[in-house]
Design a binder for this molecule. Structure first.
Ligand code: PEP
Length: 253
């Protein structure tokens, strides 16, 4: 069966002191309150990954994610962080293709395919983000558009490698806006993506792929979203910055 996952994306927030407090609160609350059937991931600024590792060690269902990595293994790319570096400190997940990376840093489907490859080569599981803008939704054809993001960046993978990828459907119009996709809107896209994956890799692989929803998911709407047949958890931005709210979301199954 596919994994249930609640992943936080802290983005560029929190000082070191604040990060230590938030991470330790989350770890303690998850240990006490969240079923071990739910994998909880904290996507933290890279600067904090190595320190926070000791916080999650020994807690079976809590892991860390980087928020990005470069597509090359090493070299003259000032300011960047590589997949081998993340591997060298034992990180398990990396968020790739977040709409903010696509929008503000010009990441393309092709570049993301390279980032996916180097992540997998270094034992990292990509949390691969996809999603449409409001104008793309209003124009129709958004299902095909979101599916095409998977085709372009993931469908060159072997079934074995694809099985290590987590998908996060994040409609851009719902990210950080307070406007959540309704459960019906989210389920429609998730079911379409699963069918699209089945068309390429077969039903078994599709049924084992975790597809997370992201976009203004909070403690009030998480339960209804996570109850949908094809929604396997959430990628949580704003609400992951508050330990109580994030834990409540993780308990929403
Ligand atoms: C995100 O940025 O991945 C996200 C889902 O943000 P928010 O929950 O704040 O909408």
């Amino acid at each position: 069966m596919r994994k249930k996952i609640v992943a936080g994306n802290w983005k560029m927030n929190k000082t070191m002191e604040e990060a230590l407090i938030l991470a330790s609160e989350v770890v303690n609350m998850v240990k006490d309150e969240v079923s071990t059937e739910v994998t909880v991931i904290m996507g933290v600024p890279s600067l904090y990954l190595n320190t926070l590792k000791s916080y999650v060690e020994g807690v079976a269902n809590v892991s860390l994610a980087a928020q990005n990595c470069h597509q090359k293994a090493s070299g003259a790319f000032t300011g960047e962080i590589s997949a081998p570096m993340l591997k060298s400190i034992g990180i398990e997940y990396v968020i790739l293709g977040h709409s903010e990376r696509r929008q503000y840093f010009g990441e393309t489907n092709e570049q993301l395919a390279e980032k996916v490859n180097i992540s997998l080569e270094n034992g990292l599981s990509p949390i691969f983000c996809c999603g449409e803008s409001l104008s793309e939704r209003e124009a129709g054809g958004y299902l095909e558009l979101v599916a095409s993001q998977l085709t372009a960046s993931l469908f060159h993978l072997s079934a074995e490698d694809f099985a290590k990828v987590v998908i996060a459907y994040e409609p851009i119009w719902a990210i950080g806006t307070g406007v959540t996709a309704s459960s019906a809107q989210a389920q429609e896209v998730h079911a379409y993506l699963r069918q699209h994956i089945a068309g390429k890799y077969g039903q078994e692989v599709a049924d084992n792929t975790s597809i997370l929803y992201g976009g203004s998911c909070n403690e009030k709407n998480a339960q209804e979203l996570f109850a949908c047949a094809d929604i396997d958890g959430g990628l949580i931005g704003g609400a992951s910055l508050k330990s109580r709210e994030f834990t409540t979301i993780a308990k929403s199954y």
